[in-house]
Structures are given as structure tokens and as C-alpha cells.
Design a protein around this ligand. Structure first.
Ligand SMILES: [Zn+2]
Length: 79
């Protein structure tokens, strides 16, 4: 499958990724998520069934398979 980003010559590769998102102010980490990734521009695409399952995930009732440390970087002010 060719990358859908205009002008990108890459082809999407089937990969397992770690996806992080925030729900109710809390970071949620999902590992081993099947995805299509372009190795050239990094564009990531999820299959609809994966996306649906991801949206249906309720972090408050689902059992986590692990815990991840959460960090916040101290960066110099740029603005
Ligand atoms: Zn690309």
C-alpha cells in the first residue's frame, strides 16, 4: 500500500506500534497495536476495526497488562 501523504514516495508497512492517548486527563498506553506505518514520513494509519476497538476501550474497566512511567521533560522556553 502506497503512503497516502501527497508527494511522499514511501510505502506503508505493517507494524506493531505503541499508541499513547489521553482520556479523562490520564495518559493511556496501548502496546502491540497493529498499524500501517510509512518509514519515510512516519505517517501512521490504523485499520477501521482497530480504531473501533481502540475507541471502545474503557480504561476504567479494562484490565491493564502493565504500567508505564510517565515523564515530563524540562525544556528551555522557546516562546
Ligand atoms: Zn509517507
Amino acid at each position: 500500500m502506497k503512503c497516502i501523504v501527497q508527494g511522499c514516495p514511501g510505502g506503508m508497512e505493517s507494524r506493531r506500534i505503541v499508541h499513547t492517548f489521553v482520556r479523562n486527563g490520564k495518559p493511556i498506553v496501548v502496546e502491540d497495536l497493529p498499524a500501517w506505518v510509512c518509514p519515510v514520513c512516519g505517517y501512521t494509519l490504523l485499520d477501521l476495526v482497530v480504531l473501533d476497538t481502540l475507541f471502545a476501550l474503557d480504561p476504567d474497566t479494562a484490565s491493564p497488562v502493565g504500567q508505564a512511567p510517565v515523564f515530563r521533560l524540562s525544556l528551555p522556553q522557546t516562546a
